[in-house]
Design a binder for this molecule. Structure first.
Ligand SMILES: [Zn+2]
Length: 241
């Protein structure tokens, strides 16, 4: 009996501790090789809501794909990367104009990071007073940074007019941003700027162009399996019925 009580007590203490860890404001998870997913949070109608971004370590420094959503985590992210990898962040690409992708662009620029978006995103950032990148690209573009290569792809409208995805051919990683819903998502989320009809066609284009990704990273919630695109398509088809 006494043992049971002690075990239970210990369980409560451990649960309490892990509860605290889960509430950390910046979470960094290793994905594969040089790829890491980092998550920050914002309060969304009383709920703590996560937003995923990614970074990749190269021989020429670290590349961010989207910025933290939570502005208190801009500096901690740079510090964590420097401590963990002994490298600076050299480049950041944001995948659409909403602030869960762009909030940190100005901070990064001031800290010597080259920041990029598509021209379409750049224009929308300006129009809606979001943080703007320093540079833009006019069409789908391949980037080479140190030992890594990736390409940006604009499939058409979806979650927003300007959403792009990023493809890492060698590692078969598809970074989807908010264009891709997590298989944990039960709905399409914030549709204020979305075009569900075109989104369906855009998802099909991405599936055709990148038919066998090993990893598919959504803008929000879990990335535990690689069927986020198919799940997004299913949610869209339910919505459009
Ligand atoms: Zn989003």
């Amino acid at each position: 009996m006494r043992n049971t009580t002690i075990t239970l007590l210990l369980l409560f203490i451990l649960t309490g501790l892990s509860g605290q860890t889960i509430k950390s404001s910046l979470e960094i998870s290793h994905l594969i090789g040089d790829f890491y997913i980092y998550t920050t949070y914002q309060d969304l109608s009383g709920n703590r809501y996560p937003s995923n971004s990614m970074y990749m370590v190269t021989t020429k420094g670290v590349v961010l794909f989207d910025t933290p959503w939570d502005s208190t985590q801009f500096q901690p992210l740079l510090d964590s990367i420097r401590i963990r990898h002994k490298k600076n962040v050299v480049l950041c690409i944001s995948t659409h104009y909403h602030d869960d992708r762009t909030a940190g662009l100005e901070f990064l620029r001031i800290n010597g990071v080259k920041t990029f978006t598509s021209k379409q995103t750049w224009d929308l950032c300006k129009k809606y007073n979001a943080k703007q990148a320093q540079y833009y690209f006019l069409k789908d573009t391949s980037f080479v940074v140190g030992n890594h290569k990736f390409e940006t792809y604009y499939p058409g409208e979806g979650h927003t007019k300007d959403n792009i995805v990023i493809w890492f051919d060698k590692e078969k990683v598809l970074y989807g941003g908010c264009f891709v819903k997590s298989t944990e998502s039960k709905d399409l989320g914030n549709l204020a700027d979305a075009n569900p009809t075109e989104w369906e066609q855009s998802v099909k284009k991405v599936l055709k162009r990148y038919p066998s990704p090993e990893y598919v990273i959504p803008g929000h919630m879990g990335w535990g399996n690689n069927t986020g695109l198919q799940h997004t398509l299913k949610l869209l088809q339910m919505k459009l019925k």
